[in-house]
Design a protein around this ligand. Sequence first.
Ligand code: AMP
Ligand code: MN
Ligand code: MN
Ligand code: MN
Length: 291
Amino acid sequence: MTETVRAIIYDLHSHTQASDGVLSARDLVLRACERGVKVLAITDHDTTAAIEDAQTAIREENLDLTLVTGVEISTLWENHEIHIVGLGFDPHHPAMVELLQQQYQRREYRAAMIAERLAKAGIADALNGARQEAGAGQITRAHFARYLIQQGKAETMAQVFKNYLARGKTGYVPAQWCTLPTAVEAIHQAGGVAVVAHPARYQLSTKWLKRLLAYFAEVGGDAMEVAQCQQAPNERQQLAKYALDYGLSASLGSDFHQPCAWIELGRKLWLPKDVVPIWEKFPALAAPTRG
Ligand code: AMP
Ligand code: MN
Ligand code: MN
Ligand code: MN
């Protein structure tokens, strides 16, 4: 053989300006193409608003890119905020539309509460500031973070979360997100696949992480993210083992929010050999075969 076979690059977790990503849907799909991604899911926080623009851009620019519909739903499980990614569903299905409408209300309510708390701590006008950062997009803590940096309250995102927005800090307000099974059910009703996002990022002990995955599988969840572009050594192998242990297929994604030195669309996204790739178990998510 003279030719090496290159695996198709899937990136099934990314963000646009429709939530806390920095790029427009058009710029995101163009960038994904430049990076060699063949199948991309846009998974904005509790919104599917970018999907139509992304599809339009792919068509207009005639890009060799398959877009999988996506969303990242914030849920509450045992007092932990767990993110559930939905893939390959109908964004217009009433069950999904209704859930995302509720999540929108929860975000709006929490944003007002965050601003109130920050005001009491002497930081004025944070709701307007964050909203300006969000533009037409769904409001998130990342927008508050950018406003606080702009106000000189911190220098980096990590710092601003640590000092103001993380659990227990001045600007932290616990959100009343939907439950985990509610998210799984809405995704299923809309014809999609439910995935635990970035399982290693919840700061759960091994015991609790296993509990989460067992519960997720028990309520009908389908898959978990195994590969991200930035992971601790051995993390990918460990997550692959959990995927096998709990009968979940394996997904992967950069969780790209903005151009930066460490996280890039499609970068280092491969799955360990023994897991079941999500697109094999659910062929609707697979790259189209060429004839
Ligand atoms: P929310 O869903 O509104 O609670 O916002 C959470 C978002 O803030 C996440 O999706 C990340 O994009 C961002 N975020 C959370 N923690 C950090 C952190 N420590 N550093 C930078 N960004 C963060
Ligand atoms: Mn985010
Ligand atoms: Mn997330
Ligand atoms: Mn994400």
